[in-house]
Write a protein that binds this ligand. Structure first.
Ligand code: NAI
Length: 455
């Protein structure tokens, strides 16, 4: 039998989209998935969290409807119904991916696959004793949560006191007191959900700010908005031990105990590279990540790696673009990925969306920036729809090119607006050219137009 044109290992966003794109090019594609199609994104990440966060948002809006003239009393939460809806959404979307694979004639085998070596015709892949052959491989095996080896950590995981976001998302009851370790994207979204639903939430973060490298001033504003919802932040504290009823945190020579009936580990994720047989083809790995270039080529010609497994930017939409780039490159279409214009979003309420340079990163690179910052209240629609909630739009212009170099928006619909700024940055449209763009009125997106005219 002729080798497949492509074997994909992993059925998450990078894997299923790569398979679909290749099949659309009339290539013969086989995809291996050891668990469920859709990967972390659909089954235990992006989609379930957004479903839960929307329930929290509806609950908050209903409770706080008074200032909008909506009088409600005795608003109740039904955690079982929330879980059921979340599972229904996952089921529907995973079903959609299955249908797409079928429609594009991608063969899907639900088994664990391992690379076995290289021949003159391509690569050998083994699954449950069978050998498959392909001219190209796309490794899209994803990532898993980091569990730091701290005292009491293993016991807490075994007893169920400490969990990762995977277990917490399926938890049938709301905990009374939740301690979240890490104020990165997962930590903040989980904090927003559980605090929104009435759980007492403490977030312990060893850095002096939340949300990693995102704009310092805006993340401070987000922190304030989240504190208004009752979330307590302990910044500069490192969790060093887990006890039977909580965590021990350390800041310089100060130690604090923080009680909890659930603890969430959200201290990062690392690529899954074990068991893939990468040594059989001598694939280059650095710091536990598969090394890739801007075409997603690995150190072995014909093998590509897309998504979390290369550890470049662990985001589903990055995975999509990476797999498209990889598939284009392997079938002779010139393509490269520009990581500098990929947006990132924290889906709290308010949302924080960001693309490109921050003031801090621009300074480090020695770029000459002009910054404009305006409150979201410059948008009539934002004012019409929000009460007692702050927001800001901050744009950075590269003075040498006259183009936008970064954008950071805190406020409603930020996640839906940021792609446009990324596109303008990618197309290198200047601020002067942007002034001719017409935005619908009234819309929150007009904030971008307002900000552009301040340069
Ligand atoms: P993260 O890397 O975003 O944040 C982890 C945080 O934990 C860091 O701020 C770190 O300083 C802190 N930390 C580490 N050890 C600690 C300790 N012992 N005590 C206190 N703080 C400690 O990791 P996170 O939030 O787990 O997310 C994992 C990946 O998933 C990220 O790459 C993220 O981009 C992605 N993701 C993206 C989403 C989105 O785009 N909306 C949603 C969910 C996940």
């Amino acid at each position: 039998m002729e080798p497949y044109d492509l074997i994909v290992i992993g059925g998450g966003p990078a894997g299923y989209l790569g398979a679909q794109r290749a099949a659309k090019k009339k290539k013969r594609v086989l995809l291996f998935e050891k668990n469920k199609l859709g990967g972390v994104c659909l089954n235990e990440g992006c989609i379930p969290t957004k479903t839960l966060l929307n329930s929290a948002k509806i609950y908050e809006h209903t409770k706080n409807g008074n200032s909008f003239g909506i009088l409600t009393e005795n608003v109740l939460i039904d955690p079982t119904a929330i879980q059921k809806r979340k599972n229904r959404v996952i089921h529907m979307l995973v079903g959609g991916v299955k249908m797409t694979m079928k429609k594009h004639k991608v063969e899907v085998i639900y088994q664990q696959a391992k690379i076995k070596g290289k021949t003159d015709r391509g690569f050998l892949v083994e699954a449950e004793g069978e050998i498959y052959e392909a001219r190209n491989l796309l490794i899209a095996a994803g990532s898993q949560p980091v569990i730091p080896p701290i005292k009491g950590g293993k016991e807490a995981m075994e007893s169920g006191l400490a969990v990762t976001s995977r277990e917490l998302l399926d938890f049938p009851q709301l905990p009374n007191k939740l301690v979240i370790v890490g104020a990165g994207v997962i930590g903040l979204e989980m904090a927003a959900y559980f605090a929104g639903m009435g759980t007492k939430v403490t977030v312990v973060e060893m850095l002096d700010k939340i949300a990693g490298t995102m704009d310092r001033k805006i993340t401070k504003m987000l922190q304030k908005e989240l504190e208004k919802k009752g979330i307590q932040f302990m910044l500069g504290y490192q969790v060093t031990e887990i006890e039977k009823d909580g965590v021990v945190c350390k800041k310089e020579d100060q130690w604090i105990r923080c009680k909890a009936d659930k603890i969430l580990w959200s201290v990062g994720r690392h690529p899954i590279i074990k068991g893939l047989g990468l040594e059989s083809v001598n694939l280059k790995i650095e710091n536990g990540k598969i090394v890739t270039d801007e075409h997603l080529r690995t150190s072995v010609e014909g093998i590509y790696a897309a998504g979390d497994v290369n550890g470049k930017m662990m985001l589903a939409h990055t995975a999509y673009r990476e797999s498209e780039t990889a598939v284009n490159d392997m079938f002779g279409i010139q393509d490269t990925i520009d990581y500098g214009v990929i947006p990132s979003v924290i889906y709290t309420n308010p949302e924080l969306a960001s693309v490109g340079e921050t003031e801090e990163s621009a300074k480090e690179k020695g770029l000459r920036m002009k910054t404009v910052e305006i409150p979201m209240a410059y948008s009539g629609r934002f004012v019409a729809e929000n009460d007692g909630i702050g927001g800001i739009c901050k744009l950075l212009m590269d003075q040498d090119t006259g183009c936008l170099a970064g954008a950071h928006i805190l406020g409603s619909y930020a996640s839906e607006m940021i792609w446009g700024i990324g596109a303008l940055m990618e197309q290198k449209v200047t601020i002067e050219e942007m002034k001719k763009i017409v935005f619908p009125h009234p819309s929150v997106s007009e904030i971008i137009r307002e900000a552009i005219f301040k340069f």
